[in-house]
Design a protein around this ligand. Structure first.
Ligand code: BTN
Length: 323
C-alpha cells in the first residue's frame, strides 16, 4: 500500500486524498493514516489544504528489485541484497549476516538506522526514508595491511558516482569525507573482521545525505543532495545502483593494483590540497601543509620538521593561519 501511494506521488505534484483513495480502491482515511505513519518517521510529505499531498521528487521508498533491475546484467548476481526498513546499523547487520551464514558478497541497505555508526565512535544521523545507508561486504585475502587506501577509494568512487548523477563540485577530505560547498555530504566507515593477517572480510559502510533538510543533532557543517540545489538524481534506488556498479569496478582494480591506481584521481578531488591543517590522532596533534596522499593513501604533511606520512587521524583546517 505504501509503495502504491508513493508511486502515485512520485511525480512531485499535489494529489488529493480523495483521488488517491479512488485510484487505490481504499478510503481517504486509509490514505491519510498511511501518510501520517510515514510523516511520523520523518519522510518528507507536504500537505496543503485544498490541494492535497505532495512529496519532493525522488522521495520514493527503497526497492531492491528496482535497484537490481538497473544494475548492468553482469552484476545482477554479484551481491546478495538485503533491504531493511529499520535496523541498528547496516554495518552491524552485514557483520551479523556474515557471522550467521558465512563470508560472501552482500549488501545491506536500510530506510532508517537507530544506531548509525560514524567514524571515531560518533553517531551517524539516519532518519527514515531520506538518505542512503548502505554496507557492502567484500571478502579480502592477503591481510589487512593491503587495505590501506581502500577507504579513500570508496570516497573517490562515491564522488564519481555522484558526478554521473548530476552533482558537481564534490570534494574529498582525507581520508574519505565527501564535501559539497564546504559541508559534509557523505561519510565512509570501513570495518574489518576475521583474520587480519590472512583471509578477512571488510564491511564498507557508506552514508549519503540525500533529502535531509534539517537535523539539529549534527554538530558539524553538513549538507544533502537536495539542499545543494543542484538538479541531479534524487531517486535513492537509482543512486544506489549507480554507486554499486562503480564500486564493483573500483574494488576489482584495487585488488589487482592497490591504491596507487587511484592516487592521481583522488588528488584531483582533494578539497584541502595545500591547505594548512591540524591532524589529531589520539593525544597526538600535528600541524602542517597538506601535500596530497602517498601511494598507500597516507596523508602527506609538510611539518616544521619535514615531510611525514600520516596514516590515521582527524583533519581540520588551521583557521586564521596565514598561508
Ligand atoms: C563518518 O563518520 O564519516 C562515517 C559515516 C558512515 C555512515 C554509514 S551509514 C551506513 C553504514 N552503517 C553505519 O552504521 N555507518 C555506515
Amino acid at each position: 500500500m505504501l509503495h502504491a501511494i508513493l508511486a502515485l506521488l512520485a511525480d512531485g505534484q499535489f494529489h488529493s486524498g480523495e483521488k488517491l483513495g479512488e485510484q487505490l480502491g481504499v478510503s481517504r482515511a486509509a490514505i491519510w493514516k498511511s501518510l501520517q505513519r510515514l510523516e511520523e518517521q520523518g519522510f518528507p510529505i507536504h500537505r496543503v489544504r485544498g490541494k492535497g499531498y505532495r512529496i519532493p521528487t525522488g522521495a520514493v521508498l527503497l526497492n531492491s528489485d528496482a535497484i537490481q533491475a538497473s544494475l548492468e546484467p553482469s552484476l545482477s548476481e554479484h551481491w546478495e541484497w538485503h533491504l531493511r526498513q529499520q535496523i541498528d546499523s547496516t554495518n552491524a547487520e552485514a557483520q551479523r549476516l556474515v557471522a550467521e551464514a558465512g563470508v560472501r558478497r552482500l549488501v545491506v541497505v536500510a530506510e532508517q538506522q537507530t544506531a548509525g555508526r560514524g567514524r571515531r565512535g560518533r553517531a551517524w544521523s539516519s532518519p527514515f526514508g531520506q538518505n542512503l545507508y548502505m554496507s557492502f561486504v567484500e571478502p579480502v585475502s592477503g591481510g589487512a595491511q593491503g587495505l590501506e587506501g581502500l577507504s579513500l577509494v570508496v570516497g573517490l568512487t562515491l564522488v564519481q558516482a555522484l558526478e554521473a548523477c548530476g552533482y558537481h563540485g564534490c570534494g574529498l577530505k582525507w581520508p574519505n569525507d565527501v564535501l559539497l560547498n564546504g559541508a559534509k555530504l557523505a561519510g565512509v566507515l570501513l570495518e574489518i573482521s576475521g583474520d587480519l593477517t590472512a583471509d578477512a572480510v571488510v564491511v564498507i559502510g557508506v552514508g549519503v545525505n540525500v533529502l535531509m533538510d534539517a537535523d539539529e543533532s549534527i554538530d558539524q557543517q553538513w549538507t544533502s543532495l537536495h539542499r545543494s540545489g543542484q538538479k541531479g538524481v534524487l531517486d535513492r534506488n537509482h543512486l544506489i545502483s549507480v554507486f554499486a556498479e562503480r564500486l564493483a569496478g573500483s574494488l576489482a582494480v584495487f585488488s589487482r593494483e592497490g591504491f596507487s591506481a587511484f592516487r592521481q584521481e583522488w588528488q584531483d578531488y582533494d578539497a584541502w590540497r595545500s591547505a594548512e591543517v591540524r591532524v589529531v590522532s589520539g593525544s597526538n596533534v600535528l600541524a602542517g601543509r597538506s601535500l596530497g596522499v602517498s601511494a598507500q593513501g597516507a596523508l602527506r604533511l609538510l611539518t616544521e620538521s619535514g615531510e611525514i606520512d600520516v596514516s590515521g587521524g582527524e583533519v581540520s583546517l588551521r583557521l586564521g593561519h596565514a598561508s
